[in-house]
Design a protein around this ligand. Structure first.
Ligand code: AMP
Length: 171
């Protein structure tokens, strides 16, 4: 199945100049959704992944089913103020503004192997913040798996040294 054909480009969302990659048509198609999740998990099936960390909010929709496929737990990385327990916080820049990610301090244990999953990597600021949060609590980054890479923004440079898989790359 051609997953790329189901990704919808939304010009000027959420602000002028941004072409938003809308993955909801993929999620809405049972066969496409299943293929996407299997493809994201594929590179990590032979690795001892303990946790899959998903980035709010679209990352959750992909990371949770990937975690189940890999026999791993799911850990949410959320926008500030959303998590109920004690958190650590990491600020970052993104394509359209600045933000921060938070994680429960006990979400990931020292030495655990963690796969980070998100829908899109743009500048890489969000992914770098996720890497930072996980490493601060002693987690080991097994990799970053994304559906879509906006190659022209060179997000890979922000996560230099982290094993990286993208299913679709736009240049
Ligand atoms: P960045 O930190 O610049 O790599 O931005 C990645 C985060 O912002 C991801 O969580 C994406 O969901 C979101 N994002 C950034 N740019 C886009 C885009 N053009 N289309 C869809 N999501 C985007």
């Amino acid at each position: 199945m051609n997953l790329a054909s189901l990704v919808r480009d939304i010009p000027d969302f959420p602000e002028p100049g941004i072409v938003f990659k809308d993955i909801t048509p993929v999620l809405a198609d049972h066969e496409a959704f299943g293929e996407l999740i299997a493809a994201l998990a594929d590179a990590y099936r032979q690795l001892p992944i303990d946790k899959v960390a998903g980035i709010e909010a679209r990352g959750f929709t992909l990371a949770a089913p990937v975690a189940l496929q890999l026999g791993a737990g799911f850990v949410p990385l959320r926008k500030p103020g959303k998590l109920p327990w004690t958190t650590i916080n990491q600020a970052y820049n993104l394509e359209y503004g600045t933000d921060a990610l938070e994680m429960h301090v006990d979400g990931i244990g020292a030495g655990e192997q963690v796969l980070i999953v998100d829908d899109v990597i743009a500048t890489g600021g969000t992914a770098a913040a996720a890497v930072n949060l996980i490493e601060r609590v002693g987690g080991k980054i097994a990799g970053l798996a994304v559906f879509i890479e906006l190659g022209f923004l060179n997000g890979r440079a922000a996560i230099d040294g982290v094993p990286f898989h993208a299913l679709i790359r736009y240049d």
